[in-house]
Design a binder for this molecule. Structure first.
Ligand code: PLP
Length: 478
């Protein structure tokens, strides 16, 4: 493709993207296609001669859009949000143009240096303790991982390296495998599945501990588990606390977990994947009290801070253990300035990395902290508005305290009744929700996902839920 064609195609695509997003409310949120819908619509092989870009763009609307789930529709309430904004989209175009692979400082100095500064900017926006920030002049610093799952695994591997070194110092006669088979990590039954997976990938035991009546992991539960394991000859080394659980957006008792972890020299990692963005608002920081006791902290600006996927920010008080756990240093990756700036390849699992800090820089500058705070506050207010609507209808109940942009609710009655309700809601095709279950209780989750959501959209969603409930109640003769 020649530059002139690229300019025409690019301009047309920018128009297409803006029209798509500004009119997304009018599209059916969930596609109606069946599995395998696309293959018969595509040629059996790639074209020998180039197609016209105009035809490709036309096929996007004709072939691709019918199979797209519109995550940025105000009628999409499933999972947690994934971020989307114009400044981030534009930054990704630039990142695609520079197309560097910033695994070391010299591989593209701006790629590394902007990331270091952006992690400081964002850390300050959350009021993270200075020990986590590179600008403090201490050991700490931040990195952009692809996902929260990677951050949890990277922290686990760092914790594992730290504990092995400590135990070897105390028992030089013990072999590494003798130590590894005794290592034990902890999390709660409410943490994300990626935490259990980190245990599997890291080859260690991961205990899933029970939570209190508000679905929070407490210090006493963690302490008892650690003490029992020590009595049994095991070696506690890592714990993951969740701020904003996936099922119900519960917040573990971080301060208590911090005290226990510090006492037993257990690495505490904080997974605030969704809710972390809310900490840019001072009024929500009480929910991260105790963060100064953690060793690593992670959240996903790509969920709720208007920075498109992938952008999962992670801070470490002492990156030494992570950097050391992964350190291989072949000659072809060495450079003269090694040691004077981070070589981010040591902080992550893959070697390659995109210029992701560009989209942070664009979003933080082009929104400003105030507008980002406004975005968070508005979405939480919309969740409370929905909560009020639910509370006003005596057929329904709220099943978890609403603290962020997620509302957990159900029809009073059996799980089967609520399963039918969800099926009916999603079947009507206007809005999209997913369920969850804690203990024996099945419930529906309504997340505020789109930056376009307004109060009238919440009313549309609630009308849909009420209409589906009416049909269910009539069908069931309740
Ligand atoms: N942790 C929590 C609390 C989550 O809610 C999620 C996803 O929703 C994750 C981790 C996984 O996030 P990622 O897809 O970035 O790995």
């Amino acid at each position: 493709m020649e530059a002139n064609q690229f300019k025409d195609f690019g301009k047309e695509m920018i128009d297409y993207v803006a029209n798509y997003l500004e009119n997304i409310r009018d599209r059916r949120v969930l596609p109606t296609v069946e599995p395998g819908y696309l293959r018969p619509l595509l040629p059996e092989q790639a074209p020998n001669k180039p197609d016209r870009w105009e035809d490709v763009l036309a096929d996007v609307e004709k072939l691709i859009m019918p199979g797209v789930t519109h995550w940025h529709s105000p009628k999409f309430h499933a999972y947690f949000p994934t971020a989307n904004s114009y400044p981030a989209i534009v930054a990704d175009i630039l990142s695609g143009a520079i197309a560097c692979i910033g695994f070391s400082w010299i591989a593209s100095p701006a790629c590394t240096e902007l990331e270091v500064v952006m992690l400081d900017w964002l850390g300050k926006m959350l009021d993270l303790p200075a020990e986590f920030l590179a600008c403090s002049g201490g050991k700490g610093g931040g990195v952009i991982q692809g996902t929260a799952s990677e951050a949890t695994l990277v922290a686990l591997l760092g914790a594992k390296a730290r504990k092995i070194a400590t135990v070897k110092g105390e028992h030089p006669e013990w072999t590494e495998s003798h130590i590894i088979e005794r290592l034990v990590a902890y999390t709660s039954s409410q943490s994300h599945s990626s935490v259990e997976r980190a245990g599997l990938l890291g080859g260690v035991r991961m205990r899933s501990l029970p939570t209190d009546d508000k679905h929070r992991l407490t210090g006493s539960t963690l302490r008892e588990a650690i003490q029992k394991d020590i009595e049994d000859g095991l070696i506690p080394f890592y714990a993951v606390g969740t701020l904003g659980t996936t099922s119900s957006c519960a917040f573990d008792k971080l301060e208590e977990l911090g005290d226990v972890c510090n006492k037993y020299e257990v690495w505490l990692h904080v997974d605030a994947a969704y809710a972390g963005s809310a900490f840019i608002c001072p009024e929500y920081r009480y929910l991260m009290k105790g963060v100064e006791k953690a060793d690593s902290f992670n959240f996903n600006p790509h969920k709720w801070l208007l920075i498109n996927f992938d952008c999962s920010t992670m801070w470490l008080k002492n990156p030494y253990w992570v950097v050391n756990a992964f350190n291989v240093d072949p000659l072809y990756l060495k450079h003269d300035q090694q040691g004077s700036a981070p070589d981010y390849r040591h902080w992550q699992i893959p070697l390659g990395r995109r210029f992701r800090s560009l989209k942070m820089w664009f979003v933080l500058r082009l929104y400003g902290i105030e507008n980002l705070q406004m975005h968070i506050r508005k979405q939480i207010a919309l969740a409370h508005h929905f909560e009020t609507l639910v509370n006003e209808d005596k057929r329904f109940e709220i099943t978890a305290e609403v603290l962020m942009g997620l509302v957990c609710f159900r029809l009073k009655g059996s799980n089967e009744l609520n399963e039918s309700l969800l099926k009916k809601i999603n079947g009507r095709g206007v809005i999209h929700l997913v369920p969850s279950k804690i203990g024996d209780q099945y419930f529906l989750r309504l997340a505020i996902c789109s930056r376009y959501t307004e109060k009238h959209d919440i009313q549309v969603s609630w009308n849909e839920i009420q209409a589906a409930a009416k049909e269910i109640v009539e069908d069931n003769n309740v």
